[in-house]
Design a protein around this ligand. Structure first.
Ligand SMILES: O=C(C[C@H]1NCCC[C@H]1O)Cn1cnc2c(c1=O)CCCC2
Ligand SMILES: [Mg+2]
Length: 485
């Protein structure tokens, strides 16, 4: 039948896999960890891309495209950051029947692809800042349980790679990009995120520091890294000899950043907003914001109803609302209601004989099921307000649920208790790496260990003498901890 066989509260994993398929977002593929992104997904990706691309263009960041393939000598150049990930690198070893002389890697990320050219192109300070971005796919042959959008062996992302003459410029851009990621999550996907700094252990090993926006999935009690913005310092400049001559003729190394968000964003949206009827799309990213369904009646004025539907779509479209009508005569109105609810369309307009008579339409909200009759006279105004209302209400609901999962703790026992209750834990921490390792060790188990998610920029008061929850040493900063994806 049309409904879902799994409930979100009862069997989250099965519910999720079914929703992304029944909502026509993805289809499964015969190669494990790979998924087909159907138009319902690509339209969401494109709406976010349009926003983000316009914003980085305002920052004078230029799009480019580097090759998919990386030679092994280049890939292995940045030793410590690749060796940790080596098992994830996919290699091309043959062409046709014959072996390649030297295996070629498929990019898992593009630092090592790009930076030899940064070195070649950057000579003097006039070549700086060099700010490039590319929209592409990357491949990471992950082994842990593949999950559509969240963990796949190939995914789409943007990766920004920038080089500056000074650290100050790099530091500033890291935060500008992080704010764009907050915007992607909170303004478009209606998902609350926390901006913060990753611990030394969780940061990108090749970089100087990592900032991120952290989301949380209440149903599983797991944190999820939403997007990252790294300052690489001069680590890669040293390795790839990316030097420049400054105004005084002195030789110096550039300061670099790299930053990315991926199709993982879409998976987080499904997990946070979806319900037992299927997807729930925030209007800002819905390719169809309003679906109009005719409800003809045996001896009623069917043509009149169809015309009213077409006129409504027309009026809404002219006002910039993404509206469509479902005129298919081989499906009943009831079937159509379920179908478009499964696909998460924010508003549905029904027009039947009575509505026609009263020159009104019946509007149903997907997020809370509310139904209201709207006069066709000021249809556009009312629907614009309703769409804004749905967007805001989705964010408020998600924020309420996320905040209800946050637990402040001071002691190890409180920490363990909060973890068992699937919380996102805010705890005072001494910020020592071996203590973090110890927390991971002590919380290992079939649900996975707890890890630090980020130290929020927005630090609560830390009274003098506060002790670290895990070591008892003097606490340095409040940090979010939890199980994660
Ligand atoms: O990709 C990054 C850092 C950086 N890459 C560019 C965009 C921003 C940020 O994600 C970290 N990283 C993750 N995963 C892997 C690698 C890796 O460098 C390299 C080897 C394979 C797997
Ligand atoms: Mg990884």
């Amino acid at each position: 039948g049309l409904g879902l066989s799994f409930k979100k509260e009862d069997n989250f994993g099965e519910w999720y896999s079914e929703v992304v398929v029944n909502g026509e977002m993805i289809d499964y593929y015969d190669i494990s960890g790979c998924y087909i992104l159907r138009p319902w997904t690509m339209s969401i990706w494109e709406i976010m891309q349009t926003f983000f691309d316009a914003e980085i263009k305002k920052m004078r960041i230029k799009n480019c495209y580097f090759p998919l393939f990386v030679s092994s000598s280049v890939l292995e150049k940045e030793k410590d950051h690749v060796e940790g990930f080596a098992p994830e690198v996919a290699w091309v070893t043959k062409s046709g029947k014959s072996d390649l002389e030297i295996p070629i890697a498929i990019r898992p990320t593009s630092e090592t692809v790009m930076y030899p050219y940064f070195s070649k192109w950057i000579r003097g300070h006039r070549d700086l800042p060099l700010k490039l971005n590319q929209w592409c796919n990357v491949v990471r042959w992950e082994f842990s349980n593949p999950t559509p959008f969240i963990r796949s062996r190939e995914f789409l992302w943007q990766e920004g790679h920038t080089a500056f003459a000074s650290k100050a410029e790099a530091d500033e851009e890291v935060l500008q990009i992080l704010e764009l990621y907050r915007c992607i999550y909170e303004e478009f996907l209606a998902i609350p995120v926390i901006k913060g700094k990753k611990s030394e252990m969780e940061k990108f090993a090749g970089g100087l520091y990592t900032t991120s926006v952290e989301a949380f999935i209440p149903n599983t009690g797991r944190g999820i890294q939403g997007a990252t913005s790294h300052c690489l310092g001069q680590n890669f400049a040293k390795m790839f000899e990316i030097n420049f001559e400054n105004e005084k003729g002195e030789k110096g190394m550039v300061w670099q950043n790299s930053w990315a968000y991926s199709t993982r964003t879409i998976g987080v949206m499904v997990m946070v907003h979806g319900d037992d009827k299927g997807l729930v799309l925030p209007p800002k990213v819905a390719s169809v914001q309003v679906i109009v369904v005719p409800v003809p009646y045996k001896d009623a004025d069917t043509q009149g109803i169809f015309d009213a539907c077409a006129d409504s779509v027309d009026a809404l479209s002219k006002a910039g609302i993404r509206a469509e009508a479902d005129f298919r005569e081989n499906y009943s109105p009831g079937w159509k209601y379920s179908h478009w609810e499964m696909k998460g369309v924010p508003l549905r307009i029904e027009i039947g004989p009575k509505d026609l008579e009263k020159n009104q339409v019946r509007v149903a909200r997907r997020d809370n099921g509310a139904k209201v009759d709207i006069s066709r006279a000021n249809l556009v105004e009312q629907l614009k307000n309703m769409l804004d209302n749905v967007q805001q209400s989705l964010f408020n609901t998600a924020k309420q649920k996320r905040d209800a999962c946050i637990q402040v703790v001071k002691t190890w026992d409180e920490f363990r208790e909060a973890l068992s209750q699937k919380k996102m834990i805010l705890a005072p921490w001494c910020d020592e790496e071996d203590v973090e390792k110890d927390v991971k060790e002590r919380t290992k188990g079939e649900m996975g260990a707890a890890k630090s998610l980020c130290s929020p920029f927005d630090q609560p008061e830390l009274p003098e003498g506060t002790k670290c929850f895990a070591s008892g040493k003097p606490a340095k900063r409040w940090t979010y901890w939890g199980r994660s994806y």
